[in-house]
Design a binder for this molecule. Structure first.
Ligand SMILES: NC(=O)C1=CN([C@@H]2O[C@H](COP(=O)(O)OP(=O)(O)OC[C@H]3O[C@@H](n4cnc5c(N)ncnc54)[C@H](O)[C@@H]3O)[C@@H](O)[C@H]2O)C=CC1
Ligand SMILES: O=C(CO)COP(=O)(O)O
Length: 340
């Protein structure tokens, strides 16, 4: 056991993929006593014994005050904050198995960037439903947060959002360190949808890249994409300022520009001519945008929000639009010139 400050908060992180592990490292580097849940015992053992998670963060050394375990009871016992980082479509089932063992009254924090297929619910809504806890206990983290860069301690900012500002502040305090700074807001809808929607625009940019289009096309998609995702978030009660902040524009830039992004990578493969099933087979990490596109278009139609770029991504995924036809100039319902 490493030497820990007697006042170090004990936190639990569920999910030992690239983001769960990186976030656990952020928390541990900030001084917390961190225990991570990994489904696979060998991953938990590697984290505790060799301070590595070589399958997800190759070459990264993890701090000594971060341990892994494959028992949910063990990981959650005594936790003062609980962070969740599993693939969005698996969240509900995972919550069902922890409902009775999550410590009472502690913050529960979503690190995920997806919506649930079928219900269209945001992750914080799934948490509230499935754990039956007050929304004041729930927080979400979002922002331009490519895991591998942060694991290498590159300076980064993020947003912690909760309906209850004190919850956001408590989480931000524990989740900030010398290379990771958390800002706070109370716009959970905008913060959460920002993280979901930028993935879809990143798939579109990846498609354009894979086709061989250059910077003009990609900048046009990013800029028109920001309009599209802002219209969507505002229609659902999010604030437009959130969409020009870290969880909107910030994450849009990072994800659309980086080859580290799995959504961008999936788009690039589609643009290069691979079919959806072949792309899935090549991805060994989670690309949330591929599952979110359907539910987001369904939600958009309930509010009459026009999402032409996202609709084009959906058509490329289903094989009814040639990736070379994906273009921001198609992004209007009319041939008449439109206001920007
Ligand atoms: N990787 C990144 O840079 C960032 C990811 N995120 C979000 O974090 C969430 C998790 O993504 P990553 O860790 O990157 O994905 P990942 O693909 O790297 O890891 C997923 C983890 O979940 C586990 N898993 C798979 N199916 C499961 C199930 N049914 N039940 C429990 N665990 C299961 C896997 O074994 C793996 O440990 C996603 O919503 C993603 O959008 C957010 C910010 C940054
Ligand atoms: O959310 C992310 C960066 O903020 C990670 O993006 P990808 O899931 O596309 O890798």
């Amino acid at each position: 056991m490493p030497n820990l400050d007697a006042d170090a908060p004990r936190v639990a992180v569920l999910g030992a993929g690239s983001w769960g592990t990186t976030f656990a490292k952020i928390l541990a580097d900030g001084g917390a006593d961190v225990v991570m849940w990994a489904r696979r015992r060998e991953v938990a053992q590697e984290i505790t014994e060799t301070h590595r998670n070589s399958g997800y963060l190759p070459g990264i050394n993890l701090p000594g005050n971060l341990r892994g375990h494959d028992s949910l009871e063990h990981v959650l016992a005594g936790a003062e904050q609980v962070y969740l980082s599993v693939p969005s479509q698996s969240l509900r089932a995972n919550l069902a198995s922890i409902r009775d063992i999550v410590p009472a009254d502690v913050p529960v924090v979503s690190l995920m960037k997806g919506v649930e297929k079928g219900s269209g619910l945001r992750m914080s809504e799934v948490i509230r439903d499935e754990l039956r806890i007050d929304e004041e206990r729930i927080a979400v983290v979002s922002g331009p947060n490519l895991a591998l860069e942060i694991a290498k301690r590159q300076p980064t900012a993020a947003v912690v959002s909760s309906a209850h500002r004190d919850t956001a502040v408590a989480v931000a305090q524990v989740a900030s360190n010398e290379y990771f700074r958390c800002f706070v807001n109370t716009d959970v809808v905008g913060t959460e949808f920002g993280g979901v929607l930028k993935n879809l625009i990143a798939v579109a940019v990846g498609i354009a890249d894979g086709v061989g289009y250059g910077e003009n096309t990609k900048a046009s998609i990013i800029t028109r994409g920001l309009v599209e995702i802002t219209d969507f978030a505002v229609a659902f009660g999010g604030r437009s300022e959130t969409m020009t902040g870290l969880a909107g524009l910030g994450d849009l830039i990072a994800t659309c520009e980086s080859p580290l992004s799995r959504n961008n990578t999936a788009g690039r493969l589609l643009g290069q001519g691979y079919a959806f099933a072949q792309v899935i087979a090549q991805m060994n990490q989670t690309a949330e945008g591929l599952s979110s596109v359907g539910p987001i278009l369904e939600l958009a139609s309930t509010k009459g929000v026009s999402m032409p770029i996202v609709a084009q991504v959906a058509r490329v995924l289903e094989g009814t639009l040639d990736p070379r036809e994906l273009a921001p100039h198609l992004a209007t319902d009319s041939d008449e010139p439109q206001g920007e």
